[in-house]
Design a protein around this ligand. Structure first.
Ligand code: TRP
Length: 332
C-alpha cells in the first residue's frame, strides 16, 4: 500500500457474478499493489431499498466478502470493511445533506432510473433518494482520489464532487478531496437470457460461487441467435450472449475473430462455440470456486477480517470527520 487512495464498494444484495468479475473485481486485484485501496460492503446503502428484508442484506455481507477473498483480494493489502461498522460515514452524511437540494437529488439520472424500475414514485424512501449523499461520505471519508466504477455510477461521482466543492468553498479551506472515476474498459455483460444486463437479482447471472455443473448448465441454456436454427444458417454475433462473454474471457483474440467469421458465414453450430466458452470460464472460475469453498469453511475468520478492516477504516474516517466537524464549528 501507499500512494493515492482508491475507494470502491458493492451493495450486499446478492453474491457477485461474472459481470462484477470482468468489470471490476479483476481490476481491483491489479490495483491492490499500486494503491491504498479501500473496499466497502455497503450494507447501509443496501438497506435503503431493502429495509423490509434486513436478513437478505445481512446474509450477503459474508457472501460478498467470500467473493472478494476468492478472486484474490488480499485483506493485508486492502482495507475490506463493512459500511455500518464505520459510523463516521453516517455522521458525515448528516452534514452533507445540508449541501444538496431536493431538486438536485431528484435529478440524479441513476437514482431516477432505479426509482422508475422499483415503482417508487412520490413514495420513495428518503434514505433511497439521498443515498448518493451517503456515497459521497463513503468516498470522502477516506480522501479517495479514484473511484473505479461502471458508467451507471458516474452521476454519484459528479454529486460527490459538487458536495466537496460546496463544502470547501463554504468554509474556505481544502477539507475534502475531489475524486475522479476510473471507468472500466469492459462493457457490461449481458444476462444469460439475452434480456438486458447480467444482474444479481434478475435470475440471469453466472455467479462466482456456481459449481461446475451449474456453470455448464447455464452455458448450455445461454441465449445465442434465435434466427440461427440450422448449423448451416448464417448466425449473428451482435446481441449473442455467448460471443459477448467470449469477448470478455477468450484470451485467443485471433482465434475468436476466426470463429466469428465462420459463425456469420454459416456452418458453425452453437454447441462448439458454447464448449469453447465453457472451457475458458471453467479455467477461470474453478480456482476461484476452490478458494471460496476454502474460506467458506471458517466464516468466523472472514468476519474477523472484516472487523479488522473496519477498525482500520474507522481510524482514517475519524480524521476526516474531525476536520469536517471543526470546519462546521462542532468542536466543543
Ligand atoms: N452504489 C454502488 C453500487 O450500487 C455501491 C457503492 C456504495 C459504491 N458506495 C460506494 C461504489 C462508493 C463506489 C464508491 O454498485
Amino acid at each position: 500500500m501507499g500512494g493515492d487512495v482508491i475507494l470502491t464498494g458493492d451493495r450486499p444484495t446478492g453474491p457477485l457474478h461474472l459481470g462484477h468479475y470482468a468489470g471490476s473485481l479483476k481490476k481491483r486485484v491489479e490495483l491492490q499493489d499500486k494503491y491504498d485501496q479501500y473496499i466497502l460492503i455497503a450494507d447501509m446503502q443496501a438497506l435503503t431499498d431493502n429495509v423490509g428484508n434486513p436478513e437478505k442484506v445481512h446474509d450477503n455481507v459474508l457472501k460478498v466478502a467470500l467473493d472478494y477473498l476468492a478472486v484474490g483480494l488480499d485483506p493485508d493489502r486492502n482495507a475490506i470493511f463493512i459500511q455500518s461498522l464505520v459510523p463516521e460515514i453516517a455522521e458525515l452524511t448528516m452534514y452533507y445533506l445540508n449541501m444538496v437540494t431536493l431538486a438536485r437529488l431528484q435529478r440524479n439520472p441513476t437514482v431516477k432510473d432505479e426509482m422508475k424500475q422499483k415503482g417508487f414514485g412520490a413514495n420513495v424512501p428518503a434514505g433511497f433518494l439521498t443515498y448518493p449523499v451517503s456515497q459521497a461520505a463513503d468516498i470522502t471519508a477516506f480522501r479517495a482520489k479514484y473511484v473505479p466504477v461502471g458508467a451507471d455510477q458516474l452521476p454519484m461521482i459528479e454529486q460527490t464532487n459538487e458536495i466537496v466543492d460546496k463544502f470547501n468553498s463554504l468554509y474556505r479551506r481544502e477539507v475534502l478531496v475531489r475524486c475522479a472515476p476510473l471507468l472500466s474498459d469492459v462493457a457490461r455483460l449481458p444476462g444469460i437470457d439475452g434480456q438486458g444486463k447480467m444482474g444479481k437479482s434478475t435470475g440471469n447471472a453466472i455467479f462466482l460461487k456456481d459449481d461446475a455443473e451449474t456453470l455448464s448448465k447455464k452455458v448450455r441454456m445461454m441465449y445465442t441467435d434465435p434466427l440461427h436454427l440450422r448449423v448451416s444458417d448464417p448466425g449473428h454475433i451482435k446481441g449473442n450472449t455467448v460471443f459477448s462473454l467470449l469477448d470478455a474471457f477468450d484470451p485467443d483474440k485471433a482465434g475468436l475473430a476466426e470463429l466469428k467469421k465462420q459463425y456469420k458465414r454459416g456452418g458453425l453450430g452453437d454447441v462448439p462455440v458454447k464448449d469453447r466458452l465453457l472451457r475458458f470460464l471453467e479455467a477461470e472460475l474453478s480456482p476461484i470456486r476452490r478458494k471460496r469453498a476454502e474460506f467458506g469453511k471458517d466464516p468466523g475468520e472472514v468476519m474477523n477480517m472484516l472487523k479488522k478492516g473496519s477498525r482500520k477504516a474507522r481510524e482514517v474516517a475519524a480524521r476526516v470527520l474531525a476536520d469536517v466537524r471543526s470546519a462546521l464549528l462542532l468542536s466543543y
